[in-house]
Design a protein around this ligand. Structure first.
Ligand code: CMX
Length: 135
């Protein structure tokens, strides 16, 4: 697979409203989009740091993967998302072939008109990994 860059870092937060002043008023970043991803049971807020984005993730349900992560003591960086130049479907097939545990067997729609798929942290050095490409 061909990774062109880190697309974004997903950061788990209890409340976007509570943490946004830190990112905007202290770090001087600008939130340019807020979007709910119903499928993932999260509300997201996006900020740009050069080419890389920060995706703040606020769970909208206790069943959300992000809510579970925080309930187990997880804080801060939740996942790393790589932009895949030659297609997420190809990358998934390659990972599958190499014995990596796939969370998503096929790309599916995510925030920001991206097609996304996750790899399980148990087979990716403990880092929940997202593969993404523009839809
Ligand atoms: N990073 C690293 N490890 C993680 C993790 C994370 N974000 N989330 C869970 N884990 C680890 C746990 O610590 C646990 O490890 P141990 O067994 O050593 O304790 C193990 O994975 C299993 O954790 P769990 O609490 O039992 O959680 P599940 O197996 O039910 O789910 C996962 C874990 C990764 C499969 C699930 O969170 C998932 O499917 N994630 C992908 C979807 C997602 O995260 N969506 C939210 C963002 C959506 C978006 O960006 O739009």
């Amino acid at each position: 697979m061909k990774i062109s860059r880190i697309d974004h870092l997903g950061i788990a937060v209890k409340s976007i409203d509570e943490v946004l002043p830190y990112f905007e008023e202290v770090l001087g970043l600008k939130c340019y989009a807020i979007e709910e991803v119903a499928d993932q049971k999260v509300k997201t807020a996006f900020l740009k740091v050069g080419e890389v984005k920060l995706e703040l993730l606020e769970p909208t349900s206790e069943e959300s993967a992000v809510a579970k992560f925080m309930a187990n003591g997880g804080r801060g960086v939740h996942h790393v998302a790589f932009a895949i130049e030659d297609g997420v479907a190809n990358a998934l097939a390659e990972c599958d072939e190499k014995g990596i545990r796939l969370i998503d067997k096929a790309p599916r729609p995510g925030a920001e008109q991206m097609m996304i798929a996750f790899l399980h942290p148990k087979s990716t050095a403990g880092i929940l990994t997202e593969l993404c490409e523009k839809a």
